[in-house]
Design a protein around this ligand. Structure first.
Ligand SMILES: Cc1ncc(COP(=O)(O)O)c(C=O)c1O
Length: 374
């Protein structure tokens, strides 16, 4: 007789997805919900990208590309970065969305037992992947305005700290960090020789002024971008990573033994994405941002988000899980803050939804807030 053993590896106990699972269990019982939980744009892939991908399939571009990504796509990405930053000559790795980039970057640079500083609230994947590789997430509270402060980042640094993660525009808060915010955070990393992983997958979704990137500030930035949100290609699984050559090479080697390469015909389609004009869509999202913020600000304590397509109000009564359960009972699907945070005081709304859905959601949420006496 062999000892009964778990079917799963020990590392799986490092991942706890119970928060989001509870929400989806509740949501499964909803009929035709007012769904304000979706983290992807509600428009479709630009036609030129579709046409190019279909043509690529027909012409037989259906085999593996090289691990680092199709040469044409990498050239287009490099040219685009050069246009944006004035200068760019580093290696480019085409990744499986920015998610692929996050995993490869962590695996390539962070040792078990190392600490990674994560501003809180944070994109869910960071916490779980840091735990998965046996490292430790160290959360730095950014409430109430969701800007990581340099003194708090500094206080979180220990001899085991390896990396700071920055995400602007931020999921779940919609906060956009200014060039000064970024410079202050990067100064902490520089002082201690830390890496910075900058997740800029919402770089196109900025509504008040220009987007500021972390890339020009420091030579130890791993920059992750994505085609997913900007071009509504979440299912195409394409993003890219750039950074110190040694790190990009190590990530490429890991990709060779994991993801292998991005989908070949879709890489062909993505190569014309930068030529498409997204201004009208971004303006449409800006108007929806205004609509949700103006609709909620009288009854909710809420920061005006500058980007992405999320807003992160405080839950009336201070308990987000309880408030979200009430919202779900009233047919509105939103996500409690404890899915994205060590606190459970706020909730995430995605306004990547029709104006009609947003309007219905605002009406129900205000009614619930009124009942809470807010
Ligand atoms: C902050 C952030 N980073 C990364 C991702 C992953 O997106 P993808 O892998 O599709 O690029 C998401 C998706 O929601 C996100 O919100």
């Amino acid at each position: 007789m062999t000892e009964p053993t778990s079917l799963l590896a020990d590392r799986m106990s490092n991942i706890d997805a119970s928060g989001i699972r509870k929400v989806f269990d509740l949501a499964a019982r909803m009929k035709d919900p007012i769904n304000l939980s979706i983290g992807q744009p509600d428009f479709d892939v630009p036609d030129p990208c579709k046409d190019r991908a279909i043509e690529a399939i027909r012409k037989g571009r259906n085999r593996y590309t090289v691990t680092q990504g199709d040469a044409e796509l990498r050239e287009v990405i490099a040219a685009n970065l050069k246009r944006e930053f004035g200068r760019f000559d580093g290696p480019v790795l085409v990744t499986s969305g920015s998610s692929g980039g996050i995993l490869l970057a962590l695996m390539a640079t962070v040792n078990p037992g190392d600490e990674v500083i994560v501003p809180d609230p944070y994109f869910v994947m960071y916490k779980h992947l840091i735990n998965l590789i046996g490292a430790k997430p160290v959360f730095v509270d950014t409430y109430p305005d969701f800007r990581p402060r340099a003194d708090r980042l500094e206080a979180a640094v220990t001899p085991r700290t390896r990396m700071i993660i920055l995400n602007s525009p931020c999921n779940p808060t919609g906060a956009v960090l200014s060039a000064e915010d970024l410079a202050a955070a990067v100064a902490v990393a520089k002082r201690h020789g830390l890496l910075v992983m900058s997740d800029e997958c919402y770089d196109a979704f900025v509504y008040d002024g220009a987007f500021a990137s972390t890339w020009p500030l420091y030579d130890r930035v791993i920059l992750l971008r994505s085609f997913s949100k900007t071009y509504a290609m979440t299912g195409w699984r394409l993003g890219y990573a750039v950074g110190p050559a040694e790190i990009v090479q190590a990530m490429t080697m890991l990709q060779q033994y994991t993801f292998v390469c991005g989908p070949a015909p879709l890489q062909a389609g993505a190569a014309v994405a930068f030529e498409t004009d997204t201004a009208g869509r971004i303006e449409d999202f800006r108007q929806r941002r205004n609509m949700i913020y103006d609709g909620l600000r009288e009854r909710f304590r809420v920061e005006k988000p500058g980007g992405a397509f999320y807003i992160f109000p405080e839950a009336p009564g201070g308990n987000a899980t309880r408030f979200v359960a009430r919202a779900i009972e009233n047919n509105v699907l939103i996500i409690p803050g404890n899915v994205f945070s060590e606190r459970d005081t706020h909730f995430r709304i995605s306004y990547a939804a029709s104006r009609e859905t947003i309007a219905r959601g605002i009406e129900v949420l205000n009614r619930l807030a009124h009942q809470e006496g807010a």
